[in-house]
Design a protein around this ligand. Sequence first.
Ligand code: ADP
Ligand code: GLC
Length: 481
Amino acid sequence: MKNILFVASESVPFIKTGGLADVVGSLPKSLDKEKYDVRIFIPKYGCMKQEMKDRLNYKTNFYMDFNWKNVYVGIMEAVVDGITYYFIDNEYYFSGPKPYCDDALFEIEKYAFFSKAVLSSLPLIDFKPDIMHCHDWQTGLIPVYLKDHFAGSEFFRDMKSIMTIHNLKFQGKWNIETVKNITGLSDYYFTNDKLEAYGDANLLKGGIVYADTVTTVSKTYAQEVKTEFYGEGLHGLLQAREGELKGIVNGIDYTDFNPESNPLIYNNYTVENFRKEKIKNKRALQKELGLKQDDKTMLIGIVSRLTDQKGFDLIEYMMEEMCKDNVQFVILGTGSAQYEDMFRSFAGRYPDKVSANIYYSEALSHKIYAASDAFLMPSLFEPCGLSQLMALRYGTLPIVRETGGLKDTVEPYNEYEGTGTGFSFANYNAHEMLNTLRYAEEVYYNSKRDWNKMVERAMNADFSWGVSAKKYEEMYEELTK
Ligand code: ADP
Ligand code: GLC
């Protein structure tokens, strides 16, 4: 039996702002339980739902030297679906109204604390990981600390680490003097071959340099990050670590995201009966959101963080034009004020056509995946993307830009060969997006049989964790042999 510890800033079912939480919470369930004891460490955020907080049990506490202070570290525990979760408790760092805040320095201090606290907790919880599987910049210091503060002790000696990059855009950067103070790391670590990048200290870079293996969440993104356009300044380093850089595409939890049984959608359906039953979801959603009730109008869903990453400047540029077509839009998302306001304003002007839901809702997200005909995701970059996988699972055809995981998971429609599960375009260009959307409309309105066959293929495509979980297992074996 090998022990694997996932460390991350979020995980379902406790706390989620995006796909990271889905991955951290679902991948462990798919790994072979005979071979791996996989557990998860996240912060205990004050903003977790009360019903979730009620599930935690106090385990122990201690005081840790951190940032020139002696700081309280509580450890809580919960078991969900057979998976053990641990939580780091500290009021000062984790009591904010959201998991993340805009104060970049506080974020760095917070997750430096978290990373050190997780490692310091291990001898007290009776779980000795063979591998620390770290996710995103928030945990970038763990591979570094393993080689530094903790390297002297027998307990940590053979512990391996993996750095999984879910989004290279976020790196955790601040000036070197401050980060040196916070982390307690010596000058030695702040050179260009270690944590320093472009004059600053960079936590993700530390993780990439010191981890035994580096992965990212799709094959295409693993290639893209080695280029200047996608590399966010770290492309040189990622080229250098090419040998250890693997791309393993994400899956989703096919039990949670199941149109046949999910209780959150209006009407369950299957690949056999979607032609009659899926439409009931559209009718109910149109009614609930006050859109014009019309079976025949193509309904386009968007469920997303409203950021530049997701291609909203293309949508903003074309929204007026797209609203001239016989389509409806339903948007669920929060993020930058510019895009929130843009959708609100279109919803105000075209109440029959556009529904803007500027908030976070698990339930509404499922209803939109189930009710829509198409799902629009024209991302500028997309490490993997889970929304398009959820759409496919619900027979809602993705319209995407061919980047990162979108390219690896959505097969473009080929009308001559009768293949494909969605529609895609290559360049980050608003007219290409519009043309692709209009092509989708044409198929939807004029070749319904072909559209439905595509829905069938989408629903039959398999993006559950099976294959990818095997790849993680191979990597764990490789690292511990
Ligand atoms: P990212 O992690 O970059 O945000 P992904 O496509 O990997 O993108 O994952 C996004 C996840 O967050 C999906 O599960 C999606 O359904 C969910 N999501 C995004 N915005 C909202 C929202 N406003 N309400 C509910 N779920 C949301
Ligand atoms: C990040 C990426 C997204 C990916 C998710 C889970 O948030 O933006 O593309 O699907 O992580 O790996």
